[in-house]
Write a protein that binds this ligand. Structure first.
Ligand code: SF4
Length: 296
């Protein structure tokens, strides 16, 4: 332990020395074209070669090991993950047969606006805000003609209200200009609208248009990754496509919404209730996050 610490300190000292040499030797003026490199430039080149030579060793040492010193988990074969995903899906169907998006809405436009407002905000808070907004602005044309300050004032409590108000007003304008005031029912068109990313588009497609799609939010990222070990991906778009390999098309919309339900109600980030979780027989990390496995 002591020796390793001493070695680390020695390496750090050497790296600092090389950096200092580079800094000291850096020429104050660039060399004139055609002129032979001076003594200083030679020093810089030598130091740079030393630094380059030191890099592969560092990369090799960290290969396959995360910052915390833990080896990344090996992904299980597709068939194993698919079987588990289907078992989880079955459990979710039993637990939440009527799972629906919890954002209050009465039209595609309202759902789109509510989903934009739900970024970094709870659905409960959004649902407290939208009645006043939807009563004041009913169509895309209303939003397009709205004053930013007025929209911002109404949605202030949802956080990031200036950006959200800007997105909503721009969304109204884009819908008028490009879609005759209607909300399009295709992913390609939706993601070109202001304030609309794949997650928002998937919420709309799944909930309003009944199309297959998984909205990857923070709960879906946590549950399908570290908890259920269905994918090793960490990027939301890659997670979405990895899940499409496991979940049948007809079940995707439900799976996304039910996973969010489960993440909010039972498998919360702080205190997953494994003992009370109906999925604990199929969950690969049941009781690994705390809680006590009941005696059998
Ligand atoms: S068993 Fe525990 S960790 Fe697994 S899904 Fe249920 S609550 Fe989450």
């Amino acid at each position: 332990m002591k020796a390793a610490r001493a070695m680390k300190a020695k390496k750090a000292k050497k790296a600092t020395k090389v950096k200092e040499t580079v800094r000291a030797a850096r020429p104050s003026k660039p060399a004139k074209p055609g002129k032979k490199p001076g003594k200083n430039l030679e020093k810089v080149r030598k130091a740079a070669t030393t630094m380059r030579a030191a890099k592969p060793a560092r990369a090799k040492a960290s290969k396959g090991v995360t910052r915390a010193g833990v080896k990344p988990r090996r992904q299980e074969p597709l068939e194993v993950r698919r079987a588990r995903a289907l078992a989880i899906l079955e459990g979710l169907r039993r637990l939440y047969p009527d799972a629906r998006c919890e954002l209050a809405h009465g039209s595609a436009l309202e759902l789109l606006v509510a989903t934009i407002l739900s970024a970094q905000c709870t659905d409960v808070r959004v649902n407290m805000t939208t009645p006043a907004l939807f009563a004041r602005f009913r169509t895309a044309a209303d939003y397009a003609a709205a004053r930013l300050e007025e929209v911002g004032e109404i949605v202030r409590s949802t956080g990031f209200y200036r950006n959200k108000a800007k997105s909503i007003v721009s969304l109204g304008k884009a819908l008028i200009e490009r879609h005759a005031g209607e909300v399009p029912a295709a992913m390609e068109a939706l993601v070109t609208l202001p304030g609309v990313g794949r997650k928002t588009a998937n919420v709309l497609l799944a909930e309003w248009f009944g199309k297959p799609g998984i909205a990857v939010d923070t709960h879906v990222i946590r549950l399908t990754g570290p908890v259920w070990r269905l994918t090793n991906e960490t990027d939301p778009v890659k997670i979405e496509f990895a899940l499409y390999e496991l979940i049948p098309e007809k079940d995707r919309a439900f799976f996304g919404i039910a996973t969010i339900f489960h993440g909010r109600r039972i498998c919360t980030a702080r205190r997953p209730d494994c003992a009370g979780c109906a999925l604990n027989a199929v969950c690969p990390t049941a009781f690994a996050w705390g809680g006590v496995r009941p005696a059998v």
